[in-house]
Write a protein that binds this ligand. Structure first.
Ligand SMILES: Nc1ncnc2c1ncn2[C@@H]1O[C@H](COP(=O)(O)OP(=O)(O)OP(=O)(O)O)[C@@H](O)[C@H]1O
Length: 323
């Protein structure tokens, strides 16, 4: 399937954007990592940049943060021209880098205090303890950074991103490598940032994370934004698409027979299970049950799942996001 051009009108937010990026370009030698990106982020929204490894998410977010100079385009954050004055935005933003090198021999409280001092912000014990509390690290305040788990390290780097009380928080793949419980924990903290009306920009390659957290997502691939909208609107644009999973008992049906069923757009066997794609789940389901019965078999197990952002990604790129 050919990628479909982004529907530009839907990338336009309603409020005055707090971040406005136009025609952003970044090249590394022969590689164009970011290839003409336009984005607009509303104040107070959680905005996701969703895409596979190498899509250009980190490069894009780091240019918006003023950490990497672009080769072309304009970036405005909270009224500041970040391309020409990256230093002017530092006090307004909090940045959680993808790979933060932390001083492992310091304790958790010492490290937070150090960053607070670097920002010339309030480094009092009560403030640092408040930050520790909000990322659930109070019990680890005196532990050395080197002893923290992956989830605890991610929460500590988030606390560091919040040390200057920023209006805009950038999180680069905040939950990569975390187990489900640690991921949920981080989702809750991100939810609390939104409740405080901070703007959050995050990158992720987890579609369920984008669906759960983000008011709007930009889907990126090969350095371009392919679509940008609220997750449910992107999904709704696909129509009533669904996937039917069935385990059949009895005489085998081949893929061609399944593919010819009314309402079915594609059919395959995956580990002995039938996977049908459909734009019309009701028709496809009825046809499947009839066909199996006619053949003298029966359906043992049946699951119908509606479209997700994964299907949106597949629609725009012809590929699956999952690695
Ligand atoms: N400093 C660099 N020097 C050379 N090439 C780079 C550099 N940083 C990124 N790239 C290349 O630019 C492209 C986009 O990389 P980027 O890290 O922005 O993608 P990403 O979507 O954030 O991926 P990931 O999820 O793996 O971090 C990739 O092809 C990458 O190899």
């Amino acid at each position: 399937m050919q990628p479909v051009a982004a529907r530009q009108s839907e990338t336009e937010p309603t409020a005055q954007p707090i971040i406005r990026v136009r025609g952003l370009v970044k090249r590394y030698g022969a590689v164009t990592a970011v290839d003409g990106v336009d984005l607009a982020v509303n104040p107070g929204e959680v905005f996701g940049i969703l895409g596979p490894n190498g899509a250009g998410k980190t490069t894009t977010i780091e240019m918006i943060e003023g950490l990497r100079p672009p080769d072309g385009g304009s970036i405005e954050v909270a009224g500041v021209d970040v391309v020409h004055h990256p230093e002017r935005i530092k006090h307004r933003i909090g940045v959680q880098l993808q790979k933060t090198a932390l001083f492992e021999e310091l304790t958790v409280r010492e490290l937070l205090g150090l960053f607070a001092t670097l920002y010339l912000t309030d480094a009092s014990r009560s403030r640092i303890d408040g930050l520790l509390d909000r990322v659930s690290l109070t019990e680890k305040a005196t532990a050395r950074v080197s002893t923290l788990s992956g989830g605890q390290l991610q929460r500590l780097s988030l606390a560091i991103a919040l040390v200057n009380d920023p209006d805009i928080v950038f999180l680069d793949e905040p939950t990569t490598g975390l187990d489900p419980a640690a991921r949920r924990n981080l989702w809750d903290i991100i939810g609390s940032l939104k409740a405080e009306k901070r703007t959050v920009v995050l990158t992720t390659h987890y579609m369920e994370e984008a669906e759960a957290l983000c008011d709007r997502v930009a889907i990126m691939d090969y350095g371009r934004v392919l679509a940008c909208d609220a997750p449910r609107r992107l999904i709704a644009q696909l129509g009533p698409a669904a996937t039917i999973w069935a385990t059949l008992d009895g005489p085998a049906l081949d893929e061609a027979a399944l593919r010819s069923l009314p309402g079915v757009t594609s059919a395959q066997f995956v580990d002995g299970e039938v996977e049908l794609q459909t734009e019309d789940p009701e028709t496809a389901l009825t046809a499947l049950l009839q066909r199996v019965r006619q053949a003298g078999g029966q359906v043992e197990r049946l699951t119908v799942t509606s479209a997700t952002l994964e299907d949106v990604f597949l629609h725009y790129t012809g590929r699956r996001l999952r690695e």
